[in-house]
Design a protein around this ligand. Structure first.
Ligand SMILES: [Zn+2]
Length: 98
């Protein structure tokens, strides 16, 4: 009688546990989707922010060439991308390196 009850309990747990896990995951995803950060992105608060002048991440080919000479890399003269030393073509723009 006692083992029958244990078996019934195990079947009940195994039957309802996946559903409960799914509901918990659904609630978690729903909670994450209504996060404050997501709400701020949806309101467009980040699109109006302009990066400060002078901090734009541009690559200066001349300084990149000078910096890459110390690290045994070949810098593309046309796009400034760093390539391994000894290669013939740029991996970024495919122009000839020498
Ligand atoms: Zn290149």
């Amino acid at each position: 009688m006692d083992s029958a009850f244990v078996r019934l309990l195990a079947v009940a747990v195994l039957a309802f546990l996946p559903g409960l896990c799914f509901l918990a995951l659904f609630r978690l995803v729903d909670h994450v989707a209504h996060d404050e950060l997501v709400a701020r992105v949806e309101r467009g608060e980040f699109e109006t922010e302009s990066p400060p002048s002078g901090a734009t991440p541009t690559i200066d080919p001349a300084s990149a060439v000078a910096a890459a000479r110390d690290r045994e890399t070949a810098v593309c003269p046309s796009c400034g991308a760093e390539n391994r030393a000894g290669v013939d073509y740029c991996r970024h723009c495919l122009s000839e390196l020498r």
